[in-house]
Design a protein around this ligand. Structure first.
Ligand SMILES: O=C(O)CCC(=O)C(=O)O
Ligand SMILES: [Fe+2]
Length: 320
């Protein structure tokens, strides 16, 4: 079997395993078991389980609990948590106990919509506050950022005396890079920096107005945002090499957000909330350089993966 087929098959197995864990969780959630009810669960022999009397529980009950716990640990560590994401990103536990979504948000959504031109009015009525993800092609292709942003640009930018003072008070996500701060990102050795060494992917937010202002001279507010939509002085940058990206997670940020693909190509995978898995589809798409993606990351679970080739650099922000 070819390598591509083997990894395809692995990918499918992986997805099936994820879906199974999600289904178990969804089932448990839908049962809405109270402690009182759990303590009255009937076992096949017609006896009732008293959870307080743990020693009398049948062995398979422990096996089931152990399986769920192992599944959860795997789920939270490998895919759905491990690092934080945008702003007050939820831990897997927080994500699990968020209020259930109305599945009408995803029932009819089978993929991303892609347009090459859109007016602010069309965007506002059809996408700005809805749940269908949208890619606007070419929306960022004239930005200075597309020509000038690269690893060296940011290294210089952050080593500049004033910018060098931004430290751990600002949002920074190491993902699996092992790089614990922007200082570490911009002092890694040359071969790693030019993607020939250990792979890395990181994300951070701007946190000083001066920093945001200076960066914004390289890009614009997306032309299609509603005139009334406000953005605060915080932008997000995600940067890293092929094969890397953000694990599956859902955010709990205040608003909708856009993300411009300034360099490189990145695959996004969107999954419906677990309670909507039977009714909605899981799908993926690739964002190309110069494109801007708008997706409600508070409702769609999402993960990303940089495709082979150039380093991926994105700029994004929330809007209300
Ligand atoms: O761009 C990425 O890799 C992740 C971005 C993300 O999680 C988000 O925008 O919510
Ligand atoms: Fe996110």
């Amino acid at each position: 079997m070819s390598d591509a087929k083997t990894s395809d098959k692995k990918g499918q197995k992986y997805k099936t395993a994820e879906l199974k864990v999600l289904k178990i969780l969804q089932k448990l959630e839908s049962l809405k078991l109270s402690d009182g009810y759990v303590s009255q669960i009937r076992v096949p022999a017609g006896k009732r389980i008293n959870l307080k009397d743990k020693l009398k529980l049948p062995k398979y009950f422990y096996v089931l609990i152990a399986a769920v716990v192992v599944g959860l640990v795997y789920w939270t560590s490998e895919e759905w948590s491990s690092d934080l994401c945008l702003l007050d990103a939820p831990s897997a536990t927080k994500a699990m106990f968020r209020p259930p979504e109305d599945c009408n948000m995803c029932r009819e959504v089978t993929g991303v919509h892609r347009v090459s031109n859109i007016t602010a009015e069309e965007f506002e009525s059809d996408y700005a506050y809805g749940s269908t993800p949208l890619i606007v092609s070419g929306a960022a292709s004239q930005w200075r950022a597309v020509r000038e942003f690269n690893y060296e640009f940011f290294k210089k930018f952050y080593q500049d005396s004033k910018m060098g003072t931004r430290t751990n008070d600002c949002f920074y996500f190491a993902y699996k890079s092992g790089l614990n701060s922007l200082q570490e990102v911009f002092s890694m050795d040359e071969s790693r920096a030019n993607l020939s060494g250990e792979p890395w992917y990181v994300g951070w937010s701007t946190c000083f107005d001066e920093e945001t202002r200076r960066l914004r001279s390289y890009y614009n507010r997306p032309y299609f945002l509603p005139k009334t939509a406000e953005s605060d002085m915080v932008d997000w940058i995600f940067m890293g090499g092929p094969g890397q990206g953000a694990h599956m997670h859902v955010d709990s940020v205040k608003h909708m957000s856009w993300q411009a693909q300034v360099r490189g190509r990145k695959r996004w995978e969107l999954a419906p909330p677990p309670e909507c898995l039977y009714r909605c589809r899981w799908f993926s798409f690739v964002v190309e350089p110069g494109e801007i993606l708008v997706v409600d990351t508070n409702r769609w679970y999402h993960r990303t993966n940089v495709l082979p080739g150039d380093i991926s650099i994105t700029i994004g922000a929330e809007y209300d």
